[in-house]
Design a protein around this ligand. Structure first.
Ligand code: HEC
Length: 113
């Protein structure tokens, strides 16, 4: 985390979505198909079925959400960030709320990743 902070100081990042992603990047990468981090890659997450990164050790809860066809879009991701348990009861992702403006910018930014 310390090295990440050094190499990418928040002040130099123009895009508020990219800045907000720093709250996610400790666990999630954006490398396509990355299943080796603490959390699944968020590359192309908008429009993706829940629990779809091959080889990632999802919780049973997230796998079940995928089976009931939960798809990550602006609405479902917004709700998941505010209340992970409310959207995927039993998920292993902790609450990531953040201010509403920041969440909106983040979701918009993720759409392009
Ligand atoms: C402390 C680690 C951690 C942080 C920080 C974190 N997450 Fe997660 N996230 C996880 C874990 C672990 C999972 C897998 C949950 C499961 O299997 O139930 C997950 C799952 C997800 C999923 C579902 C992915 C899929 O393939 O279905 C999304 C979307 C997501 N996180 C978005 C975010 C966003 C956006 C942020 C930043 C605002 C964030 N997460 C921050 C740990 C984290």
């Amino acid at each position: 985390m310390f090295l990440v902070a050094l190499s990418a100081p928040p002040q130099t990042r123009a895009d508020p979505g990219e800045r907000a992603f720093q709250r996610c990047s400790g666990c999630h990468s954006l490398r396509p198909g990355d299943a080796d981090a603490i959390a699944p890659s968020l590359h192309g997450v908008i429009g993706r079925r829940a629990g779809a990164v091959e080889g990632f050790a999802y919780s049973d809860a997230m796998r079940a959400a995928g089976r009931r066809r939960l798809v990550w879009d602006a609405a479902t991701l917004e709700r998941f960030l505010v209340d992970p348990e409310g959207v995927v009861p039993g998920t292993s992702m902790p609450n990531q709320g953040g201010p509403p403006v920041e969440r909106a910018a983040l979701i918009d930014w993720l759409r392009r990743r």
